[in-house]
Design a protein around this ligand. Sequence first.
Ligand code: ADP
Ligand code: MG
Length: 256
Amino acid sequence: MNAAHPDGAQIALRGVRKTYGALDVLKGISLDVQQGEVLVLIGPSGSGKSTLLRCVNMLEMPTGGEVWIRGSLINDARRGHRAQERYLNAMRMKVGMVFQHFNLFAHLTVLENIMLAPVQLLGHGVAQARAEARALLESVGVLDKQDVYPGKLSGGQKQRVAIARALALRPDAMLFDEPTSALDPEMVAGVLAVMEKLARAGMTMMVVTHEMRFAEKVADRVVFIAGGRVVEEGRPAAIFHQPAHERTQAFLADIL
Ligand code: ADP
Ligand code: MG
């Protein structure tokens, strides 16, 4: 067992580094996300935001530093390879992820997309999984699409199904990587409303987004990342209206 992380954060990053060959993408990122906290990550394209989320969800292993989830060190070099694989698979279920491009299973109906992991990974009975899937679809407003294949959905509906699918594993935290960037403008509000509801219900969230109005309303903290480092972080009002660093000011001037 790992020692409990002293700060009691839901997610704690300590000097997280990631390199791809000679490319130094994350240069030592330290961040804490407390239980129920909503953290919005902003920063220029290529600054390492997606890589950071992928390190938290263990889709990528950090090259250095520590990732702690609920007091457990994820990248513990003392674990053997097979033990580490088993451990990662268990931990991945605890951290849900929603991507820009939905990644739904095209050959499964909406309902089957939601039920798959609870049945196959959690061993839930089909009747229970179906009931829970329907409740989740209702909560994201797409229950009427339960028997449809993803190809027949709008982008906004696909993304709401993707959120429901991630929630079906009852995660402790949710990561969103530009969840509305691929959507037609009229679809954005519906997805953001689902995310806001989730935040108000107390979900711990890390959200990469360019939706500054959402960030201002929903985020507890905004983190500006550039060049693989945290440049500045603070309350949304402080970051958006009184950014301390020139790089933050320049970034905000470009996007606002
Ligand atoms: P952001 O999400 O902030 O736009 P990314 O984390 O996607 O940034 O990418 C940061 C940098 O890492 C970019 O230069 C990107 O090309 C590079 N990168 C990301 N993933 C890989 C990978 N699998 N292999 C090599 N380079 C990568
Ligand atoms: Mg990205």
